[in-house]
Design a protein around this ligand. Structure first.
Ligand code: SF4
Ligand code: SF4
Length: 370
């Protein structure tokens, strides 16, 4: 059975701007059907690594915040910390990065709460018993909220082909341990040549699995290590790092399984913003030329149908010249832009598995809203 996906393009006229169109879109898509009265409503978003300018504008989030408040809900913006070391790898830096990129109370009308705590260790285990995941480790703020609305910047992604609702929900709501589980078949490693022997990882490891070796460099005892990733979070010298050794297919399937865990027993609604369609993730501190022109906004209760509709919409749009499409050889107009720029990963894996585990339907009915 197909799911309904509502879509509005980027055309505006005096008296009807993109705020009006977004409001009309979410109304038509049925956001008012969510019971938000006095509920804690998480707006899951990616705040963008500072330096990246393709991330979703706070102005759009502000529209959704206003709507949630009008429906009696208590909205907040949220994301989990990153696995790698950067400007969003702990709650203090993450909040600062979010404010710097405009996600503050004045601009969006609500607060930001980092979902997995100060260092990414604050999570809840949600049992799902699926092919790769027995229990998903989800940021506790997201696990505890009553309603989840995902606001997704739709663009390319180097590990999943494209990044849309499923990526933002599945990978984005995983705590540090959850992200480790999705990305890696093995535990973190420490590069001796980069270790400055600061001792931070030794003090913070919850399993006391790290000690100095004979060279006075940190070394992990893998018999004790549980793969929580705290050493990665605390190492400011890039010596402790996650091992990204999961095949793209398994990574994509795990993301679908985590997304199911996040949405299990929860009211949810999803909005994809197909604008500034950069070839890679907003986690980079720069954004390359968009590979497609701005296409519009789509919304649905079904994140699988939504992502499928959006990949089709973006692929149907003309490609942008002097972008990564050109770098990667002859791009055929009408071809699959995401496979072209990321030939080693295939976005179909995630959607296929998401449908198999009954997270949603790949079949959709696109309803145009003006
Ligand atoms: S992953 Fe966690 S348990 Fe393993 S060494 Fe690092 S901090 Fe310790
Ligand atoms: S935190 Fe990093 S630099 Fe410090 S001891 Fe551990 S691995 Fe070495």
């Amino acid at each position: 059975m197909s799911s309904k996906v509502y879509f509005t393009d980027m055309r505006t006229k005096p008296g009807r701007n993109m705020y009006d169109k977004l409001n009309h879109l979410i109304h038509q898509a049925g956001i008012e059907e969510l019971d938000m009265k006095d509920k804690l409503v998480a707006l899951k978003i990616h705040f963008g690594e500072p330096g990246n300018l393709a991330y979703l504008r706070p102005n759009y989030a502000a529209v959704i915040v206003k709507k949630v408040k009008a429906l009696g809900g208590k909205p907040f913006l949220t994301d989990c910390n990153t696995l790698y070391y950067g400007r969003r790898s702990n709650a203090v830096d993450h909040l600062e990065a979010a404010m710097e990129n405009g996600f503050n109370r004045i601009a969006v009308g609500c607060d930001v709460i980092i979902a997995d705590g100060l260092t990414g260790s604050d999570d809840e285990e949600i049992p799902v018993n699926l092919k790769h995941t027995k229990t998903a480790k989800i940021g506790s703020v997201i696990a505890d909220c009553d309603v989840l609305i995902s606001l997704n910047h739709f663009k390319g992604h180097e590990q999943t082909g494209f990044g849309g609702a499923l990526k933002n929900i599945g990978m984005g709501c995983g705590s540090r341990k959850g992200k480790m589980e999705m990305h890696s078949a093995s535990k973190p490693k420490i590069k001796e040549e980069k270790c400055v022997s600061c001792g931070m990882c030794i003090r913070k490891c919850p399993m006391k699995a790290i000690a100095y070796n004979e060279n006075l460099n940190a070394q992990i005892d893998y018999k004790k290590c549980i793969g929580c990733g705290q050493c990665v979070a605390y190492c400011h010298y890039g010596a402790a790092s996650a091992v990204y050794d999961q095949s793209a297919e398994i990574l994509n399937e795990k993301i679908a399984e985590y997304a199911l865990a996040v949405l299990k027993n929860k009211q949810h609604f999803h909005i994809n913003f197909m604008m500034n369609i950069s070839p890679d993730c907003d986690c980079w501190d720069s954004n390359d030329q968009a590979i497609a022109p701005d296409v519009g906004i789509a919304a649905s209760f079904d994140p699988v149908a939504l992502d499928h509709a959006c990949v089709d919409l973006v692929n149907a749009a003309p490609g942008v010249s002097n972008s990564k499409l050109d770098d990667k050889g002859d791009y055929e107009p009408g071809g699959d832009k995401f496979v072209h720029v990321h030939p080693d990963v295939h976005w179909k894996d995630c959607l296929k598995h998401a449908e198999e585990i009954k997270l949603g339907s790949q079949a959709y009915k696109l309803i145009k809203v003006n």
